[in-house]
Design a protein around this ligand. Sequence first.
Ligand code: OGA
Ligand code: MN
Length: 199
Amino acid sequence: MNDQYDLIADGLAQSGYAIVDNFLSSQEVDNILNSGVFQDHTASFKRAGIGKRQDLRINEAVRGDYIQWIDKNSAPDAVMVYVNKLDTLAQYLNQNLYLSIKDNEIHMTIYPAGTFYKRHMDQFKKDDHRKLSVICYLNKSWTEEDGGQLKMYTDSGPVEILPLQGRLVCFRSDQLEHEVLPATRDRLSLTGWMLDQYL
Ligand code: OGA
Ligand code: MN
């Protein structure tokens, strides 16, 4: 476990991003999927926005995902396993990278087949308290043909990452531009940010 945290800390320090596989085990991913939080998502998830009060058509041209914020007081145990791991990771990064992460916010995310999120940066306002973006994917037996890569524009060129179950990607929210390519299947993830202030 500490090995994974080490890899994340090293990646962030050296290149501003990190990718670790099996951050959640196959069983832990199953538990989340079986907890029902992603079921009936057409009723309970909302179209994700960009900034405030935007035109839906403009929005659709930029991003097509549906989200639901995780309420830590009512989330099922299977989801809390992930929330608690992120809290532990935050403490580890505070100690090892001298960050000052105080809190995190996480939403459940679905990109229906064919949707995408155009190139962007997660921190776009001066008063943004997002320091690190952290995404964990929940997609069983996903292959290259399914698409849905996270494409990150790093200093050493573009890097494409498949949204494989249990895989965690972490990067500096204010430095790294990225996009989500369209997939041929629904694409599920837990998307979060580590914040330098309390929610
Ligand atoms: C986002 C985002 C990337 C992904 O939600 O801001 O860029 O791989 N997500 O889901
Ligand atoms: Mn993003």
